[in-house]
Design a protein around this ligand. Sequence first.
Ligand code: HPA
Length: 268
Amino acid sequence: MKNAIDLLVDRLDGRMPRVAVVLGSGLGPLADEVEDAVRIPYADLPDFPISRISGHAGEVVAGTIGREPVIMLSGRVHYYEAGDARVMRRPIEVLAGLGVQSLILTNAAGSLHEDMPPGSVMAITDHINFSGFNPMIGEEDDRRFVPMGDAYDAVLLDRMRSSAARSGVKLFEGVYTWFSGPSFETPAEVRMARILGGDAVGMSTVPEVIIARFFGLRVAAASVITNYGAGMPNATISHEQTKEMAPLGGKRLAAILKTMIAGGGFEL
Ligand code: HPA
């Protein structure tokens, strides 16, 4: 049986994407920006974890943006689905195996700042792993001691900034705090995350960043803000709210990423 890499190489038909995007909750429409798109359901790819979260399609979308070949993972599995922080390891390993060198991660998140309202886009400059879980637990290779001092690539972050400016989209910047979920945070946890230096809270992305760095990929990441954190004024928090609000910031993030990807330059 062919493995996922061989299957994707066949379907990519000579395209060699150097950049990949992981689409978070409610951000599937970003994949509509891909031109000449080939869509491959995760179900066709051996070892790909299938997400059962509503709002996650679960397919690989490959094509081009501008002239740049790109591959997107539409739908990702979360730690809280399987109780295993390694769930995204195989998809990211497959991307690295295809020759992808830069990975752009996206998610939906709650804001910890009254002046960063729902609909905002926040570039992630750093993170706090508040879950206590780590996708490298159980890995035996010494590469498991993944340095995290420069996990969020300065060059890609700069390109995200200039792409936002060129797209006319305000780009906030901040620290993403990972809570395991799937329950949302309490007001006390939200206050704590603020005190500890967090700017947004969410249930994903941190394990993917660690896995991507393990495989030597450069990482950029951005959150679409769907709500204020629990206990803040005007906080309305539910999965429905996340799905309903994600497209608002999602459109803004799509504009940024379209410009950023079309600009090319994703080789290491
Ligand atoms: N907390 C955690 N994850 C989230 C939130 C939140 O407030 N909003 C969207 N994803």
